[in-house]
Design a protein around this ligand. Sequence first.
Ligand code: UD1
Ligand code: UDP
Length: 364
Amino acid sequence: MRLVTVVGARPQFIKAAAVSRVLRATAGVGEVLVHTGQHYDDSMSAVFFDELEIPSPDYHLGVGSGSHGFQTGRMLEAVEQVLLQEKPDWVLVYGDTNSTLAGALAAVKLHIPVAHVEAGLRSFNRRMPEEINRVLTDHASEILFAPTEAAVENLRREDIPASRIKLVGDVMYDAALFYVAKAEKESRILEELRLVRQRYILATVHRAENTDDSDRLRAIFGGLIQVAADIPVVLPVHPRTRHALERENLLRGASRYFHLIDPVGYLDMVMLEKHARLIATDSGGVQKEAFFYRVPCVTLRDETEWVELVDLGWNRVVPPQDERDVAEALHSWLNHPGGRDADPYGRGDAAEKIAECLVGGAGP
Ligand code: UD1
Ligand code: UDP
């Protein structure tokens, strides 16, 4: 069975690391890895290939940044060329980025079945580019690997046939279990930043709805600056956010109050997450990782796709409309005792289930 995997953005490298390892160890599977080039800085791409031992991409499309239409269009054209050449039995895509949509669309138009990992997530907010990407990808896919019960429910409500939906768990949980020991052994980030375990907040911000809206960006950074008076805050800055902070003249001010650092590799990130007292984020992946390490999380958004985290009491959604709301939420959750225990993301064997399903002849 020949399979083309399409990745391009940071969280996809982490997800693909977990799945590719299993696929490549499965007899009868040949994987061709395509990197669209959506993320290209070393700290957004190469570091993950090195640390997570992901094989070098067979094709690097070098698409780079641009508007949605430009970026997705260039990827679509380039992925199509690869698929025409490779003629795979399946195309595997992850998550909800422009790389996901381009991979799915290129494949389905060539009548190559698409398998979507992390299917069924919904924010019900069509202003998010990710929501459009997910809905279209799900409906173009032959097989939908859902990470949670809630995701399965969303797909059923959209009349996707049950036979196409496979509840496998979350591949990010597989990655967390696999790499945590390596992170504890190899990462020195806590020492380098002189952070004391349980005595700092880890923050990440990169969603377009937060970075491209001056009021929301100011509410988030104003709130973080207020809390930084009481507890150190460390924030690895996504390049989109760095540009936004520069545009709003906030970069220098913020770096006076807390650790604004370049994006870190996955192993450093695991350590920063695992030993934080509290995490504040608008990232999908980071919300879940907070829970994997049982760290309370404040989500700086209007909604979350990972609703089970809120139900379990580990996550609180705080729309960043006012810096006082953000500061109040962070302060009040500094002593949050945590939520209930459960395993909504499976047992860390999502990649095995995906491989079994693909090899076992799931399909059209
Ligand atoms: C993308 C995804 C988002 C995902 C995120 C993960 C879409 C629509 N969005 O958002 O769902 O959560 O990746 O991190 O696909 N840039 C660099 N260097 C890089 C990459 C980006 O400087 O290596 C800068 C460029 O100015 C670029 C901007 O960041 O225009 C945004 O990058 P882009 O890939 O378009 O979107 P993300 O915000 O990263
Ligand atoms: N991550 C990382 N370094 C960072 C920030 C995030 O390794 O500086 C990891 C994080 O641990 C998670 C993934 O990147 O596994 C999340 O990606 P991101 O927040 O960019 O995207 P999202 O999950 O929101 O799509």
